[in-house]
Design a binder for this molecule. Sequence first.
Ligand SMILES: *Cc1c(COP(=O)(O)O)cnc(C)c1O
Length: 414
Amino acid sequence: MSSPLDRAAAEALDAADPLAAFVDEFERPAGVIYLNGNSLGPAPKAALTRVAEAARQEWATDLITSWNKAGWFDLPYRLGDRLAGLIGAGPGEVVLTDGTGLNLYRVVSAALALRPDRRVIVMEGSNFPTNNYVVQGLVQSLGQGHQIRFAELDDLAAAIDDDVAAVVLTHAHYKSAHVLNMTGLTAKAHAHGALAIWDLCHSAGALEVDLNGCDADFAVGCTYKYLNGGPGSPAFLFVATRHQATATQPMTGWWGHDAPFAFERDYRPATGIGRMLTGTQPILSLVATEAGIDMIARAGTGAIRAKSLALGQLFQSLMGERLSDAGFILTSPAHPNDRGGHIAFDHASGYPIMKALIARGVIGDFRAPATLRFGFAPLHLRFVDVWDAVDRLAGIIHQGVWRDPAYAAVDAVT
Ligand SMILES: *Cc1c(COP(=O)(O)O)cnc(C)c1O
C-alpha cells in the first residue's frame, strides 16, 4: 500500500484533477518546475499566438485603421469587463491601464478628494513597499497635511477611526500570503465614514474576490502575476459605480476626456470609469492579457482556489515529512484558508538555497532578508511537479549543494 506522500499518490491526484488539461495550454520549458507564477505568470500559448497576430495583422498590415477595425480603442474597457467577472465587479466598473502603482495613485487621490475633511490614511506597514511609496509621494504633492497611519496586520481594525479618509490595504500579502478579511475591514471603514481601497495583486486569478459583495469602494491590481498577462502587462483599476460620477483623479489626459476626439481646450471628465484613463494605451501588452483572463474565467476561481489549496497542502506535508529538521520556518499562516496562492518559509541561508534550487530547475523566489516563496498557481502546475520540487529541494539540502560559494553571489533581481 502506497503512502499518501509517495510520488504515485501525486500522480493519482493529477489523474483525478478537473483542471489538469489547462497545463498544456501553457508554454512549459523543458526541465523547469515553475513555482513563481505568483510573481510572473508563465506564458499561455494563446497569448503568444494572439500577440504575433496583433503585431502582424493589426499593426503591420491594417495600421492605424486598427483603432476602429480591431477595437483597440475599446480594449481597456472590454478587457476590464472580462476581468470584472473574476473579482466580483460589474460591467463598466473595471479598466485595464498603466501599472498598479499609477492606478493606486489615481484611486487614493480620488478617495481623499471624496473625504476632504479627513487627513488620515490607514495602511499596513509590512505591505509591498511600492504602495507606501506611491501614497507617500501623493501626500507630499497634495501638501494638505495628510498622514499615513501604519498598522500591523493584526490591529488594522483598531487603527480605523473617524479621522480616517481611506483604508488602503492589500488583500493577500506579497510575502507571507496572509489574507485579510476584506468584508470585515471594508465594513469597519464604512462604519467610520472612511473609504476602502483594495490591492488585489496577489488575489486576482488566485482566489475568489467579491468586490461588490463586500461593498469595496476602489481596487487596483496587476495582471502579470496570477492572471498570466506577461511581463509588465497593464494593471487594472476598479471604481464602484456609486463613485463614478464624483471620483476625480489627477492624471487627467485626453483618454479620460468626455470627448477625446473633439480636441477641446479644457478637460471635462468622461462620465464613467473612462475618466480614470490618461493617454494612449500599450496595445500589444493589452492584447497579451486576454488569453490569461480567458483561462481563469473558463477554469473558475472556485476550482482554481480549491486546487491551489491542495497543491499547497501537499507541499506543506512533504516539507514536514522530508525537511522538518532542515531549518525551514513556515512564515505563512499555518491554516491554508488564511493564505493566498503561495507559501513562504524563512531559512537563515534562504538566498543560496533558492539559487541552488533554481539552478536545478525549480524556480521559486527569495525576498530579503530570509524568505523563500513557493507559488501554487494551479492552471500550469501538476501535483507531481510539487512532489518533484520538494524532492529536488531535499536533495540540495541533504547533499549541502547550496554551500557552493557560487550560490552566495547576489543577483540584481531576486
Ligand atoms: C506586485 C505588487 C505590486 C506591483 O506594482 P507595479 O506597479 O506593478 O510594479 C504592487 N503592490 C503589491 C501589493 C504587489 O504585490
